[in-house]
Design a binder for this molecule. Structure first.
Ligand SMILES: Cc1cc2nc3c(=O)[nH]c(=O)nc-3n(C[C@H](O)[C@H](O)[C@H](O)COP(=O)(O)O)c2cc1C
Length: 317
């Protein structure tokens, strides 16, 4: 489905962060593929503008997958068909890992880790309804006493999945503790389709990545506010020289402003009070852990418009 002739690095889908503006930047900065934030199949079928906005793939923003979640195979297939027709993603990704109450209460996301039969029915129905390749993103199991990989991943392949992304933590672990890379490797070896390994992948060494049975690695939280991570990881894989991609204060400030502008639709108008709050939080991520921004971080709270933000950042630009 994608070119896996060498190891690839994916940006993980992260709701409320990996919006279209962010995905475009990450692709430009070296991510090999991106996946949109999860959207409920029923919400897709509502065709509400605020939902469609999340699914839209801007020009030059590929390879891109669109991720959906749900529990009903027919509804999922209908939503996927609509997505294929309107947005032509490079792949449609099905979420079997989200622990958030809105997914679990809908009988979907990570709850389906308890029902592999239903996971397979969803993948089969969606795959049979599309020309576009279908992938699945899953966790290792609900908890450590109910690990379902590699068998469940093999069953998804047999049901039509063309790629699996495996987060090496259980639902109960959430985002805490170590990801189980032994289970990820075991699963990659059991599959004939590509496996994308996920779970603090930024900690993997070059030797490990070279020898891994994974076709790609997916980076989540380490990429928040840090698009440079992809160049760093590629440099680590190729020649162990990742530090040459350490961003300067100017790089960070310019990136923060670029991101904020993209979030505001490229202009200084159309910026609502809610939007500026959201932008403040995101901009903070680009400046976190970097020296020299202490005063700016305090002043950021008082920013009311993009021009205010530009004013604050200009001393670094
Ligand atoms: C804020 C946030 C939002 C997330 N949203 C999604 C989502 O919409 N779909 C999904 O499959 N995973 C989602 N995830 C999980 C990530 O894609 C990834 O699997 C997880 O963070 C583990 O990777 P990491 O250890 O590199 O962070 C989210 C994670 C975070 C932290």
């Amino acid at each position: 489905m994608l070119d896996f002739s060498k190891k690839r690095f994916f940006l993980a889908p992260m709701a409320n962060f990996t919006n279209a503006a962010c995905r475009a930047i990450f692709l430009e900065y070296g991510a090999d593929a991106v996946v949109s934030e999860f959207v409920y199949s029923r919400a897709v079928l509502s065709k509400a503008e605020r939902v469609l906005e999340k699914l839209r793939i801007p020009e030059n923003c590929r390879p891109a997958g669109i991720q959906i979640f749900g529990s009903d195979p027919s509804e999922m297939a209908e939503a996927a068909q609509f997505i294929e027709e309107v947005f032509s993603p490079d792949f449609v990704d099905i979420n079997f890992g989200c622990p958030a109450p809105n997914a679990v209460c809908a009988g979907a996301g990570a709850l389906l880790l308890k029902d592999v039969k239903r996971m397979c029915q969803i993948v089969k129905k969606v795959s049979e309804s599309l020309k576009t390749p279908v992938s699945a993103k899953m966790r290792t199991g609900w908890d450590k006493s109910s690990i379902i990989v590699p068998d469940a991943a093999v069953a998804l392949e047999q049901s039509g999945a063309r790629m699996i992304a495996l987060h090496g933590r259980t639902k109960v672990q959430g985002y805490e503790g170590e990801a189980d890379w032994n289970l990820i490797e075991k699963t990659a070896l059991a599959l004939s389709i590509p496996l994308v390994g996920n779970g603090s992948a930024e900690r993997l060494g070059a030797d490990y990545m070279h020898k891994s049975a994974c076709s790609a690695f997916m980076v989540g939280r380490a990429a928040l506010g840090n698009p440079w991570i992809f160049r760093q990881l590629k440099a680590r894989l190729e020649n162990g020289a990742e530090r040459c991609f350490e961003p300067s204060a100017r790089d960070r400030a310019a990136m923060a402003l670029r991101y904020a502008k993209a979030m505001a639709g490229g202009g200084y108008q159309n910026i609502s009070p809610q939007n500026i709050k959201f932008i403040q939080t995101q901009v903070m991520r680009f400046l976190k852990n970097a020296s020299g921004f202490k005063k700016l971080r305090t002043n950021l709270k008082n920013v009311k418009s993009l021009s205010d933000l530009e004013g604050l950042l200009c001393e670094y630009l």
